[in-house]
Design a protein around this ligand. Structure first.
Ligand code: TRP
Length: 333
């Protein structure tokens, strides 16, 4: 128990805005799994963030449950960690409103994700898309998180979270722990197999660019065989060889081999052999995950038990922070 108390709190979340990809897995979820013993981990499906972009309701329901089962299948264990659904825990919406009133228009206007997404969804630049970072700040601050593992694209949001927290603490005393965002060192940045200058994304125009966690083996192999490379015909990590670099990153992340080791392994061999090896390694890495997913998704009652249990724990912890913040601001009981 003594030790339990000393464990630092890790908080992170992922949006269930489609399938979980190989990029999500190697870049984020696999690290979430690894952190479960060392830290007090609290993870969420950020479904409230997802509706900042228009969703089809039936598809969204399916995506949420699929994402929950997929992430559990990767090894998130609700006996060790909390893994809840954001919209089930009402403190998040409430905290977001309060924090909105301590976040400046100018700060939100500078967020590069807002600028990118409003360019991409020019017909729906809604207020939620704009205030997305204060909802995210609430997610983190409610749990007094010490550490927040995120991708590089979320760094600016973490910095804003710290600014908001410091501002609030400056006015009212120590209400929020100031979190530390970090980009996990062993989290691979996986790029599109078709356009290796872009991050691997489920919204890739070319479906072959993105490997989904639940893709069947033959589909995975086909995607790797079609992966973009170059005319150098040599497996080595070098500037300008973005396609090969990306395949080496994926192979290294899955097998634990260094770039040097990979170069030696494929010395004198062509890209065909290399792509097949990467495809096989990924297939073997994902096989048990897909099997576990199939079991989980067939047992909705069990999944529901898991998230209900986590939702309740999350509510209990987050209510403490919310109540404290509300009292400081001047609301009465
Ligand atoms: N915005 C994050 C993303 O799209 C997801 C997210 C929501 C999150 N709340 C969070 C990540 C809190 C870390 C902490 O990737």
């Amino acid at each position: 128990m003594e030790n339990e108390q000393k464990k630092q709190v890790v908080f992170s979340a992922i949006q269930p805005s489609g399938t979980i990809t190989l990029g999500n897995y190697l870049g984020a979820v696999r690290n979430w799994v690894r952190m479960q013993d060392e830290y007090n981990c609290i993870y969420a499906l950020a479904d409230m963030h997802t509706i900042t972009v228009r969703q089809e309701p039936a598809q969204m329901r399916k995506n949420i449950l699929d994402a929950y089962a997929s992430i559990m299948a990767c090894g998130i264990d609700v006996e060790k960690s909390i893994f809840f659904i954001q919209s089930h825990v009402h403190t998040h919406a409430e905290m977001a409103w309060i924090l909105n009133c301590y976040t400046q228009f100018g700060e939100l206007s500078r967020m590069t994700q807002f600028k990118d997404k409003s360019a991409k969804h020019a017909d729906n630049i809604n207020a939620g898309l704009f205030t997305y970072p204060s909802l995210m700040a609430g997610d983190i601050l409610l749990y007094q998180a010490d550490k927040v593992p995120v991708g590089a694209d979320q760094k600016q949001h973490i910095e804003l979270t710290c600014d908001i927290a410091k501002r609030f603490n400056g006015l009212y005393g120590n209400v929020f722990k100031i979190p530390e965002g970090f980009i996990p060192k062993n989290g691979a940045r996986v790029m599109s197999l078709q356009n290796p200058l872009n991050k691997m994304s489920k919204s890739d125009e070319n479906a072959n660019g993105c490997v989904h966690l639940l893709d069947p083996p033959e589909v995975i192999m086909k995607k790797f065989k079609r992966a973009v490379t170059d005319s150098d015909a040599c497996v080595r990590y070098a500037e300008g060889k973005d396609g090969v670099n990306n395949l080496m990153t994926i192979y290294g992340a899955v097998t634990g081999k260094t770039y040097d080791e990979i170069e030696k392994e494929f010395d004198g061999k062509g890209y065909g052999d290399f792509k097949t090896a990467v495809g096989e390694a990924v297939i073997e890495e994902l096989r048990p995950i897909r099997e576990r997913y199939e079991q989980l998704i067939a047992d909705k009652a069990y999944l529901e038990d898991c998230y209900h249990k986590s939702d309740e724990l999350a509510l209990r912890i987050s209510s403490r922070t919310l109540n404290k913040a509300m009292k400081k601001v001047g609301f009465i009981k």
